[in-house]
Write a protein that binds this ligand. Structure first.
Ligand code: HEC
Ligand code: HEC
Ligand code: HEC
Ligand code: HEC
Ligand code: HEC
Ligand code: HEC
Ligand code: HEC
Ligand code: HEC
Ligand code: HEC
Length: 452
């Protein structure tokens, strides 16, 4: 495995003559595919019959949308692939017509054909099909996306190598679509480590999964993936960071580990009893409807709008109370892939625990969309300070969370209809005056602790 990696990476670069490169590649392929038919001669007679026509340098078909589909399948490459012992008709069960190749069959587009062929994998790879169907890409495909991947976008069924074979990092199928993220990853600690030393460091699929890919900010999925490799992370951080586990819940790892990223506060709508993120149902665009109605000037939600929005989400939610939970995260997906070495990570408590700290200058409200990806609406950052009016961030996280029952209390009032919005506003002020005193006391204790 290591050997073919080295060939692909360095020797090719030093010997530019393409014939030599091709020769080396062929050796590498043959050496690494012992389980498949070794050469075209080992293919079944049925498969060879198909290849008699299809192993041609040029064999094209014009599709309805004007695209050209190449019908050429290389016999040696097919024999060396993981499907070398699979017959063509195991997947192409519809090609058994004696008139095949003599009559024209209408195909709308390449995409249409690849999507249609997706079902053919299920006979032999049920586990992967099920996982894929459960993921964000499949959800997008069924919602009509022509950009989200189907099986054949990530696996060429006619040349598929053994997945255990080490590959250069840019061979990951994810790179072809998520280009900017790939570029960032290739330069960060993990990309560099993987390019230099192979599979101990994560590729895209190690953090996101290959098939059951979920929206990245949903739940705690990615944090769990980090901690599966960095098993001692909680203990290591605890040496200098009080209540590290709590910090890990409130802050996404890249928010400290991508030091040049812009950060923001994400207020997530969650179900207080199950702690699960609220999801929008397909075809019922409540979130967009409600946020645009609450923010007609499109200036970002202010605290009154936020409260009345919560009230709306609580109507008809039965006993499940809907609250907001704050989370500090990077503001762009690319930045989550700029993890640097530990020397550059944010260690300064002041980066967050002071008035006007950078991460709290940008606030967004999110709900999980039908496929799990967040739907957002801007929130005025003064919501955080006017809610807390303290130079500590603890108030922010506490919105609706367990420590300070602020919105929980207000919501009970609002839901009961006992108070009008202005009254709720008054009680907010009262609550905060009281909170502030408590926070100030807590803060000086903390400062004392730090000073010691
Ligand atoms: C493991 C399943 C599988 C096997 C085995 C398989 N194919 Fe395919 N084939 C597909 C899928 C999926 C597509 C459509 C996606 C794509 O474009 O690659 C496809 C597409 C094609 C196409 C259209 C051109 C193209 O590349 O998209 C031809 C021609 C073809 N296959 C011929 C063959 C022949 C000949 C064999 C046997 C030597 C074979 N296939 C074996 C799954 C398979
Ligand atoms: C006699 C030559 C010949 C043989 C044998 C042959 N094909 Fe084809 N095949 C063609 C031609 C020509 C086309 C293009 C037909 C068209 O334009 O619609 C084609 C089209 C295809 C396509 C594109 C999609 C479609 O259904 O039209 C697939 C997939 C395919 N062949 C697979 C196979 C498989 C699998 C076998 C073996 C079971 C096979 N072919 C045997 C000549 C052949
Ligand atoms: C008739 C059974 C069959 C069908 C249908 C089939 N495959 Fe396979 N596939 C295999 C076999 C056999 C292997 C060899 C490795 C193994 O035994 O799992 C394999 C290997 C693979 C691998 C590499 C796995 C590894 O461990 O290296 C991928 C990826 C793959 N198939 C994708 C697909 C896709 C995508 C489709 C549908 C377009 C498909 N397969 C349809 C039988 C099948
Ligand atoms: C977004 C890209 C992507 C899509 C879509 C995708 N795969 Fe994969 N698949 C991968 C990657 C990456 C791996 C290698 C995993 C690894 O290295 O651990 C993989 C591995 C596999 C394997 C080897 C066994 C395993 O689970 O590692 C099989 C079999 C497979 N895929 C089949 C499929 C089938 C069938 C589909 C369609 C339902 C599919 N894949 C869709 C990216 C994808
Ligand atoms: C054929 C193109 C394509 C391939 C290949 C592909 N993706 Fe995607 N993916 C998309 C599109 C399109 C979206 C939706 C737009 C977006 O969110 O970037 C998406 C969305 C995602 C999301 C959800 C984004 C969010 O907001 O949380 C994740 C995570 C993801 N992809 C990871 C991967 C991984 C990991 C791989 C490789 C195993 C991969 N993708 C391969 C096209 C692709
Ligand atoms: C509050 C900011 C912050 C958060 C949140 C954070 N880290 Fe760190 N992390 C650091 C700093 C600072 C260091 C360097 C500590 C040192 O060297 O003294 C570090 C060190 C590390 C190290 C190297 C450990 C070692 O000693 O070798 C790993 C691995 C790591 N972090 C992973 C994670 C993961 C995984 C997460 C999310 C679950 C995470 N970090 C969340 C700031 C943070
Ligand atoms: C070390 C783990 C790790 C690796 C490796 C990794 N990601 Fe991510 N990815 C993350 C984290 C963490 C996030 C942000 C999640 C959050 O909001 O907390 C993310 C976010 C994303 C998103 C959503 C972006 C958005 O706009 O919100 C996509 C898409 C994505 N990654 C694709 C990829 C692709 C493609 C690769 C490989 C080139 C990759 N990731 C490699 C951890 C990883
Ligand atoms: C597949 C295993 C794996 C996963 C998953 C993973 N890492 Fe790593 N990580 C590594 C390896 C291997 C290294 C390089 C060796 C080392 O320093 O430990 C590394 C290095 C690091 C470093 C640099 C440590 C230093 O000493 O400077 C940080 C920080 C880090 N990872 C954070 C994360 C975060 C955050 C996540 C999740 C978003 C994550 N890792 C996911 C394996 C992993
Ligand atoms: C990247 C921003 C960030 C950095 C850096 C950071 N914190 Fe925090 N900290 C937070 C957030 C957000 C919370 C709110 C979590 C909660 O209370 O639920 C928090 C909570 C706390 C708490 C209350 C924890 C509890 O038990 O509930 C203490 C104490 C604290 N931080 C101390 C520190 C100290 C000391 C440092 C420096 C060594 C530090 N923090 C660095 C963001 C940060």
């Amino acid at each position: 495995m290591k050997r073919s990696h080295a060939i692909g990476q360095s020797r090719l670069a030093r010997f530019p003559a393409s014939w030599l490169a091709a020769g080396l590649m062929a050796v590498a392929l043959a050496a690494s595919a012992p389980a498949s038919a070794a050469s075209a001669d080992d293919l079944s007679s049925e498969t060879r019959a198909c290849l008699d026509c299809h192993d041609k340098p040029v064999l094209n078909k014009a599709l309805d949308n004007g695209e050209t589909l190449s019908l050429a399948i290389s016999a040696p490459a097919y024999a060396a692939s993981r499907h070398g012992e699979t017959d063509c008709t195991d997947c192409h069960s519809d090609v058994d017509d004696p008139a095949h190749g003599k009559t024209k069959k209408a195909i709308k587009s390449r995409r249409d054909y690849a999507v249609g062929m997706g079902d053919s994998c299920n006979d032999c790879h049920k586990r992967q099909v099920k996982a894929y169907d459960d993921g964000v890409h499949a959800a997008m495909v069924s919602a009509g996306s022509d950009k989200a991947p189907v099986c054949a976008d990530c696996h060429n069924p006619h040349t598929q190598p053994n997945v255990k074979q080490a590959q250069p990092i840019d061979a990951t199928p994810c790179a072809q679509c998520h280009k900017e993220i790939f570029k960032a990853y290739a330069k960060d600690v993990h990309g560099q480590e993987r390019a230099a030393r192979g599979k101990a460091a994560p590729s895209c699929a190690d953090c996101h999964k290959a098939h059951a890919v979920k929206a990245a900010s949903f739940g705690t999925g990615i944090k769990d993936a980090c901690l599966a490799c960095h098993e001692n992370a909680v203990a290591q951080h605890q040496e200098w960071l009080p209540n590290a586990a709590r910090h890990f819940e409130a802050i996404s790892c890249p928010a400290c580990h991508a030091p040049n990223a812009k950060r923001r506060v994400n207020l997530r709508l969650i179900n207080a009893s199950t702690q699960a993120q609220l999801s929008e149902k397909k075809g019922v665009p409540l979130f967009e409807e409600r946020t645009t109605a609450a923010d007609t000037a499109n200036m970002g939600l202010d605290e009154r709008a936020l409260l009345s929005l919560l009230k709306e989400f609580n109507q008809g939610s039965g006993n499940d109370k809907v609250v907001l939970q704050g989370r500090l995260e990077v503001s762009a997906g690319v930045e989550a892939h700029q993890i640097s070495d530990k020397e550059h990570a944010i260690k300064d408590c002041d980066a967050c625990h002071r008035s006007g700290a950078e991460p709290f200058q940008s606030v967004t409200l999110t709900i999980a969309g039908p496929d799990g990806r967040p739907l957002r609406h801007g929130v005025q950052e003064k919501v955080l300070t006017s809610l807390t009016s303290i130079d500590s961030v603890r108030g922010f996280y506490a919105i609706g969370a367990s420590r300070i029952k602020l919105l929980d209390v207000l919501l009970v009032l609002v839901v009961l209809g006992a108070v009008s919005v202005p009254a709720a506003h008054m009680s907010l002020k009262w609550y905060f005056r009281r909170r502030r005193a408590q926070e100030e006391a807590a803060k000086s204790t903390m400062q004392d602790r730090n000073a010691n």
